[in-house]
Design a protein around this ligand. Structure first.
Ligand code: C2E
Ligand code: MG
Ligand code: MG
Length: 766
């Protein structure tokens, strides 16, 4: 027996052995018939051997029948080992029974020759031979056993008979025996290959089934008629069918409509999905389609055309993916603090809205900016700042409607898009209501904060509206609101655009003027109250625009600050003023204005040092004018810069004194040398007693602090007289003593005593 190699071989072998035990009745019938035939021969010959052989055949076949039936009944063949045991027992029984048949034939032909016996024995053996293949193909040894124990004795007996014809017949039986064995082998071979093919197919089918039902996607395969031939469990689960078999032999449309009937899907969606997917399959394309079911799930269908079949549709429950995509999209579109659309998404919404609807309507955009929000952040911290932003968002949200989209535009800016503005008046009313609601107190983390905002708005016809252009215009209007004192909103006007363009142009020209060194410096005399002689002068920058004429530094200095190039102007003025001052008589000093940005860059100390070094001017003759706004929020750093400058020997004057909020605190904290009282204090000093008292108070207060006082903007003799009598500052500056002059103009005034000295004396006498 060949050893079985594979599980398939083993499986077949067990089956074959079982087949041996299939029909014990046939064996019994044959055995009993054979026994009776032997007894029949005893009847003709009266030789007891036939009786013995007949009995042996009867007993052995009955015994064999009983054992075989037992095995069959008890299902004793379960595995390879039990099959081997059973096969061995079967063969053993077979050897005995077959040997008795062989003995019967050998006896009838050779030992106790009898014509009927001979015929009967050969008939019995041949009948056995005819059926042995059918019965015993399952056991290769069994056929051989039959051949050796039954057929071979017949052949041997015929050959031993001693007659030529018998001898030939005996010889003929040998190849017959071989043919018999070959036939059994062939039957066996054919059966084995058929069975193993079947088993393999079954195996593949099982694997396919397992793969199909363990895949994470639902799958439906459609045949050429568009009906389901394969469907897995997942498909049934996803579509809420009880069993995958319920999906069989139905069209996709029928399946989807059944899902629709269960209420999971609208009929419209079902028909749409069927049409789209089937069309894609028929066109040989791949198509993905996502449907939302009424139970909240999202199913993604993918249709692919097939080769032999029509196509395959897979579907996947993508609810989690859709939800996380939604979350990511939400995070990308909405501001996390206020939950309002962010700037990008607001832009998208605005574009989307403005591109649809009535083409004759007017749309509007408002940009709101909190006034002095930075102070809240700086003084109370960012969490309170965030709380304030949130409080404002909550005040704005009630205005959200089909026509109004509100966004946190960034930082402390909010934007409102009005999709349909009936007219400017209605819009203004609406905006005033929003503004009034917004302005007021907000309670944030135990603080009561005052909300104050500025706004810029623009209205445009929707036809041809350009969202970016609207933002620019609303920004310009906002800029105007900030310029004009905050806490209000302005509607954009063309003039603002022109102003903006003018400003842009001026910026370009200013940069060129600085590059070309086209700025010049003039000097305004500063006169001693005591001597009425020049004590110094203030260097003031001048820009003569080739087309627009003289541009005030009050305009171009802030512009240069905005552009971040003001330090180049300061450097130019410092250099020029120092070089000039060296050329003037010793008693004339020069003052140079510094800008806020100079202080913030921190390079200013080195610039001053270089200007002094390059010109050879004695540091004592240089004075720097700083305004309050120029002084940093960071007091410690301001102090350090000022101390560094003072260490060089230059003097520091606080310019425009009295126009800021905290002039007095600077006087107290910083090592200043002088204050320059702003000309606004002088305005009605001649008529208004209180104004005079105020001015005198400031001067009196400065003296004990060791500060010199300059009063700016002296324009009339009247003013001078009042100052001389009641205030007596150290120095005076103003058009009365001269407008800003060229350097040679100052030189010319070096030894002049202003005639007012005499006049003052005269007026005092009178
Ligand atoms: P400021 O430093 O207060 O300069 C005094 C301004 O008052 C000058 O105007 C001057 O011409 C003007 N002024 C002088 N006397 C009178 C008067 O009697 N009546 C009136 N109504 N005005 C008088 P200017 O030159 O137009 O400068 C304006 C401001 O521009 C200056 O104010 C200063 O803050 C700034 N500035 C000028 N030049 C420079 C500069 O080189 N660098 C920096 N950073 N700022 C400068
Ligand atoms: Mg000044
Ligand atoms: Mg001033």
């Amino acid at each position: 027996m060949k050893p079985e190699k594979t599980s398939v071989d083993r499986h077949i072998h067990v089956g074959f052995v079982r087949s041996l035990f299939e029909d014990p009745g046939v064996l019994l019938t044959a055995g009993v018939c054979n026994g009776l035939i032997a007894i029949l021969v005893y009847g003709t010959t009266r030789h007891p051997i036939y009786l013995i052989l007949g009995a042996a055949l009867l007993v052995s076949s009955t015994y064999r029948y009983l054992t075989i039936r037992h095995v069959k009944k008890t299902n004793a063949i379960t595995d390879m080992a039990s099959a081997r045991r059973a096969e061995r027992a079967y063969i053993l029984g077979g050897i005995v029974q077959s040997a008795f048949m062989g003995a019967f034939a050998f006896t009838a032909i050779v030992l106790v020759p009898d014509v009927f016996g001979e015929l009967a024995a050969i008939a019995v053996i041949m009948a056995g031979a005819a059926t042995v293949v059918g019965r015993n193909y399952g056991s290769r040894p069994m056929v051989a056993v039959f051949g050796f124990t039954s057929v071979l004795p017949v052949a041997a007996a015929l050959m031993l008979k001693g007659e030529f014809n018998y001898f030939l017949l005996g010889l003929y039986i040998v190849p017959f025996m071989i043919i018999l064995m070959r036939m059994a082998a062939n039957v066996r071979g054919i059966l084995i290959s058929a069975i193993s093919e079947e088993l393999k197919t079954k195996d593949i089918a099982q694997r396919f089934d397992r793969a199909l039902n363990t895949m994470p996607h639902g799958l439906v395969m459609l045949d050429a008629e568009g009906k389901t031939v394969v469907a897995n469990m997942r498909a049934a689960e996803a579509l809420r069918f009880e069993d995958a078999s319920l999906l069989q032999r139905r069209t996709l449309k029928a399946l989807l409509l059944r899902v629709a009937a269960s209420g999971l899907l609208s009929t419209k969606d079902a028909s749409f999905a069927d049409a789209e997917l089937m069309k894609a399959i028929r066109d040989g394309r791949e198509r993905r389609l996502r449907l939302k079911l009424t139970d909240g799930r999202h199913l993604e269908f993918t249709a692919r055309a097939g080769r032999d079949e029509l196509g395959v549709i897979t579907f996947e429950d993508v609810t989690r993916r859709v939800e996380s995509d939604d979350k990511i999209r939400h995070m990308a579109r909405y501001d996390s603090l206020t939950g309002l659309p962010n700037r990008d998404y607001f832009n998208e919404l605005m574009i989307e809205a403005s591109e649809t609807g009535d083409r004759r309507r007017t749309i509007g955009l408002v940009i709101l900016d909190l006034d002095d929000f930075k102070t809240v952040n700086d003084t109370l911290g960012h969490p309170v700042g965030d709380g304030l932003i949130d409080a404002i968002a909550r005040k704005l949200k009630p205005f959200e409607s089909r026509d109004i989209v509100i966004s946190r535009f960034g930082g402390d800016e909010f934007a409102l898009y009005f999709d349909n503005v009936p007219d400017a008046d209605t819009f203004t009313e609406r905006m005033n209501v929003i503004f009034d609601t917004l302005t007021g107190d907000a309670h944030v983390a135990g603080h009561v904060l005052r909300i104050q905002a500025s706004g810029g708005a623009v209205l445009v016809p929707v036809h041809g509206a350009d969202v970016d252009g609207m933002v620019v215009k609303a920004d310009l209007a906002l800029y105007r609101a900030k310029e004009l004192g905050k806490a209000s909103w302005y509607l954009f006007e063309e003039e603002m655009d022109q102003a903006f363009r003018r400003k842009q142009r001026l910026k370009i020209d200013l940069r060129a003027a600085i590059e070309d060194k086209a700025l010049r410096v003039v000097y305004q005399p500063i006169v001693s109250m005591e001597t009425m002689q020049i004590a110094g002068c203030e260097a003031l920058c001048r820009w003569d625009h080739p087309e627009l004429g003289a541009i005030s530094p009050a305009i171009f200095i802030p512009l240069a600050e905005e552009m971040g190039i003001v330090s180049r102007i300061s450097e130019l003025v410092l250099d020029t003023a120092c070089r000039q001052c060296v050329l003037w008589p010793e008693h004339i000093g020069v003052s140079v204005n510094l800008s806020a940005k100079d202080f913030r860059s921190g390079d200013i100390v080195a610039t001053i040092e270089r200007a002094l070094g390059d010109s050879g001017l004695c540091a004592r003759r240089l004075e720097l004018e700083v305004t309050e706004t120029a002084l940093l929020d960071d007091k410690a750093m301001t102090r350090r810069y000022i101390e560094d400058m003072k260490r060089m020997g230059v003097r520091i004057a606080l310019d425009d004194f009295g126009t800021g909020y905290s002039s007095l605190s600077y006087l107290h904290n910083l090592p200043l040398d002088k204050i320059k009282i702003d000309r606004s204090f002088l305005m009605d000093v001649t008529q208004n007693r209180r104004a005079l008292d105020l001015l005198r108070g400031i001067v009196d207060m400065s003296r004990p602090l060791g500060l010199a006082v300059t009063i700016e903007g002296v324009e009339t003799f009247e003013q001078l007289k009042t100052l001389a009598e009641h205030v007596r500052p150290d120095l005076l500056q103003g058009f009365l003593f001269g407008a800003p002059l060229t350097a040679s103009g100052i030189d010319a005034l070096a030894h002049t005593t202003w005639p007012f000295a005499k006049d003052l004396k005269a007026s005092r006498r009178s």
